[in-house]
Design a protein around this ligand. Structure first.
Ligand SMILES: [Zn+2]
Length: 489
């Protein structure tokens, strides 16, 4: 059977480093790229007799994510020990949350070409990261090295329900999660530095079947691309196996980037394999109402919610709304410019789209060319609104406006003043244009004769000549009207 004869069931686990300066249970720094083992202390390297102290900032950031994703938050929570041995885990256990995760039953709302969909969250919990093993390559070395700088870094784990049914949804979920955690300053989400990592689980079942197939987990996914490639591979592999009436084992597989395939790592471990028990060195945490109120009050609109509001409130196409809300500061800039322009223009509905075109086009291009952030951009939203207002009121043409923006950036002056000083204001004065048109007609006797003998196609040429004569400052509509009048007479 082809893959389309199966329902695909996908869940994702995300691990995100929280944006804290120090570790989860000690005061070591979390700076990325520091010299190996330079950010360690007896607590995070697991010396006997040391005691963990909870990082308040990490706890608050984790709670912020639970509030943002509309989770139920327990009144009291604990940390638990997850016991396992691994060379980069010096304590031989990880402090995590198993029995009382800090958030359950929330959701992340995504959008694909099929529309919006809520991806349910099973839970969000807080834990500490392990260290990193380094395997010297090509040196013939028969040893590995361990760097414990990352050991104890505050880690947020976000576990979805198996709610995704194709790769578009998986991609949209990863992107939405990244944008949201970044916008809420919960994590910097730098996948290349390992501060956002994903693991996926996938199973197939015959179309419409109630019972889920055996689930395979895939690890070692270091980029969005790797997640999508690994899942595509795994879906094909499982479909082929099911077609051949083979059993799918419940197991963990590793993505081999080089060979573009998943490989069996181990049979799936169950929760009981970890011998979870409440962390005896940390007391229960009572979640105060005032913490949650404070978080709710300071929580801004989520990026996707803002995108959908832009579509509704400003009647923007989905594409525009997506680009504008990619970064919070850009979205803020857009809204401020529209607000500033509203009082000045006669057609406020059109204004939003015109401002959107300017922000997505010229403004983003200038920011990119000049390598500046929008918050340092010399043209304030009010100034951009001024420029747009000049275009909308017919005082300058679009061509002139394109030339004006770089001058505004260089001089810090407003558009109206520059246009006036440099004689860039559009000429709508009919008498003046009439005079210029007479000159154009006199200079082009042959096209004029052609036009009058019925070759109307030369009209475009004459308009071009006229615009050149006025150096782009004449109102093109007025030019066309006057030309027609003169030629028809
Ligand atoms: Zn430490």
């Amino acid at each position: 059977m082809p893959v389309t004869d199966y329902d695909i069931v996908i869940g994702l686990e995300a691990h995100a480093h929280l944006l804290t300066r120090t570790k989860m249970f000690c005061s070591c720094r979390t700076t990325f790229g520091a010299e190996a083992n330079s950010q360690t202390c007896p607590v995070c390297i697991g010396m006997p007799g040391v005691l963990p102290v909870i990082n308040r900032k990490a706890l608050m950031l984790a709670l912020r994510s639970a509030v943002a994703f509309k989770c139920e938050i327990p009144a009291t929570m604990r940390f638990d020990r997850k016991n396992y041995y691994y060379p980069d885990l010096p304590k031989n256990y990880q402090i995590s949350q198993n029995y009382t995760p800090l958030g359950v039953k929330g959701f992340v709302e995504i959008e694909t070409s099929k529309g919006r969909k809520k991806i349910g969250l099973d839970n969000i919990h807080l834990e500490e990261d392990a260290g990193k093993l380094l395997h010297p390559e090509g040196s013939g070395a028969v040893y590995s090295q361990v760097d414990l700088n990352r050991a104890g870094t505050p880690l947020l784990e976000i576990v979805t329900r198996p709610d995704m049914s194709d790769l578009d949804e998986v991609e949209a979920y990863m992107e939405t999660l990244r944008r949201t955690l970044e916008a809420l300053e919960i994590s910097d989400c730098k996948m290349q530095e390992g501060s956002l990592r994903f693991e996926a689980s996938v199973s197939l079942k015959p179309l419409g079947a109630a019972e889920l197939g055996n689930r395979v987990e895939v690890k070692n996914l270091n980029s969005v691309r790797a997640v999508l490639n690994a899942l595509a591979y795994e879906i094909d592999r499982q479909a082929a196996a099911l077609d051949a009436r083979e059993r799918i084992d419940r197991e963990t597989r590793l993505w081999n980037e080089e060979l573009s395939r998943t490989e069996r790592m181990r049979s799936k471990e169950e929760a009981q394999d970890y011998r979870y028990f409440p962390e005896p060195d940390l007391g229960p945490i009572v979640v105060l109402d005032e913490w949650l109120q404070e978080i709710s009050a300071s929580l801004q609109e989520l990026p996707n919610e803002r995108k959908w509001r832009f579509e509704d409130e400003y009647a923007l196409p989905s594409y525009d709304a997506g680009v504008l809300t990619q970064k919070r500061a850009i979205a803020d800039y857009f809204e401020a410019a529209v607000a500033a322009g509203r009082a000045e223009v006669s057609d406020p509905a059109r204004l939003a789209k015109v401002v959107s075109n300017w922000v997505m086009g010229q403004v983003l291009k200038e920011l990119n060319d000049r390598k500046v952030e929008i918050t340092d951009f010399p043209v304030t939203p009010e100034r951009l609104a001024g420029l747009v207002t000049l275009i909308e009121s017919g005082k300058i043409s679009n061509t002139i406006a394109q030339q004006l923006l770089p001058i505004m950036i260089e001089t810090g002056e407003d558009a109206g003043r520059i246009a006036e000083q440099r004689g860039m204001l559009q000429v709508s004065d009919t008498a003046e244009i009439e005079k210029l048109m007479d000159e154009v007609l006199a200079a082009n006797p042959k096209p004029v004769a052609d036009y009058r003998s019925g070759k109307k196609a030369v009209f475009g040429f004459l308009v071009g000549q006229a615009m050149r004569q006025t150096k782009g400052k004449a109102n093109p509509q007025v030019v066309a009207e006057i030309l027609t009048k003169k030629l028809e007479n």
